[in-house]
Design a protein around this ligand. Structure first.
Ligand code: KG4
Ligand code: ZN
Length: 353
């Protein structure tokens, strides 16, 4: 292929319909994202069937807009990239069919991209190439995973969550604290006025050298802190659970809970990231995914990188959240490695091991 390779990327794995045009794997010519946040907000989480339908309605317009903003026509596109795993299966299929259609119509290669790998690549956009080996911590609403990266396309899973993803824990705790959806930004904001040491919430799976995560116990600890432990008898009362309910907490107390919860998540992420970096002999630490927008996590990762003498790569805010620029950017490296897909490319809901 003659360089620069201009690649159109499509991303529909969850609740963002996104399309981007990227040159050379890192020059972002356009990056269009149609968010469905408002559609799902009243349900407190993404409703898969609604998400697929909204993708169908938005996908053509988003693709047209990405081409227009990049100032290119189909004849200038060298390849089409698409997220084909992991994600909501109905949502993935919408993007996959759109991408296959374009690749066939334009007679250019199709590249299938792993969404989590794309998050691990997102810090290379509009920036210098990443120095490898690197360790990437990808935390989003659907994933919490640590990867040993030897190149943009050689990733080995070092550890992942055994239950909730970090972003999911943020969303569920924000719902318990009635802070709104999506929960991550709301908790980040509330935590700024709180004391991270006010409540001693648990830090899970710290023993030994485990690189796996568990956040469901932490979420339950917040629930019990707010509503009381079911069945526990209150001192001085004959019976009944010690229910308080969030409406009985002051704004200051809620800020303390948010800050203490966030500190528990960030502590665990930092400890595992340090373990993984040492095990991989990493020169670079990478954060990716929506939770990489968290201010406390960013600060903590900066400190850690300084101590380990590693370079820290933090994605720009627009590349933290789901976007198609990371998909088109990573596809460039797959093409250079000769790894294009066929038009029989399948979608897969689960994470690649
Ligand atoms: O990567 P992303 O946009 O979508 C998924 O692939 O899930 O991540 C969304 C997740 C949500 O759970 C959201 O609450 C979380 O990222 N998030 C944050 C922050 N901003 C977004 N979590 C913590 N702090 C933030 N500032
Ligand atoms: Zn994501």
């Amino acid at each position: 292929m003659t360089e620069p390779a201009v690649i159109l990327g499509v991303e529909t794995s969850c609740d963002e319909t996104a399309c981007a045009v990227v040159a050379d794997g890192r020059r972002v010519l356009s990056n269009v994202v149609a968010s469905q946040i408002e559609l799902h907000a009243r349900f407190g989480g993404v409703v898969p069937e609604l998400a697929s339908r909204a993708h169908i309605e938005a996908v053509n317009t988003v693709i047209e807009e990405a081409l227009a903003q990049a100032g290119v026509g189909g004849e200038q596109i060298d390849a089409v990239a698409v997220t084909n795993e992991p994600g909501l299966i109905g949502s993935l299929l919408v993007g996959l069919m759109a991408a296959k259609t374009l690749a066939w119509a334009w007679q250019v290669p199709l590249v299938g991209i792993d969404h989590v790998y794309a998050h691990a690549y997102s810090t290379a956009l509009e920036a210098e190439p990443i120095e490898y080996p690197a360790v990437a911590l990808v935390c989003s609403g659907g994933h919490t995973a640590l990867y040993h990266c030897r190149s943009p396309v050689e990733l080995e899973l070092m550890g992942g969550t055994m239950d909730d993803a970090a972003g999911e824990a943020f969303d569920k705790v924000a719902s318990i604290l009635k802070l709104g959806y999506p929960g991550g930004p709301a908790i980040d904001k509330a935590a700024r006025n709180g004391d991270p040491k006010a409540v001693a919430f648990p830090r899970s799976l710290l023993a030994g050298q485990s690189l796996d995560f568990s956040f469901s116990g932490l979420k339950t600890a917040v629930l019990y802190h707010v509503n009381g432990v079911p069945g526990r008898i209150r001192p001085g009362k004959k019976s009944g659970p010690a229910k308080r309910g969030i409406e009985n907490f002051s704004q200051d107390e809620i800020a303390d809970i948010a800050a203490s919860f966030q500190a528990a998540v960030v502590d665990v992420l930092r400890i595992k990231l340090r373990r993984a970096a040492r095990a991989a002999g990493a020169r670079t630490l990478i954060l990716g995914g929506g939770v990489a927008a968290n201010s406390a996590l960013r600060r903590s990762a900066e400190e850690l990188a300084g101590k380990l003498a590693c370079t820290l790569r933090l994605p720009e805010m627009r590349f933290c959240v789901d976007n198609a620029a990371m998909v088109a950017g990573l596809a460039y490296h797959y093409l250079r490695a000769g790894q294009a897909a066929g038009l029989d490319l399948q979608a897969r809901a689960t994470v690649r091991k």
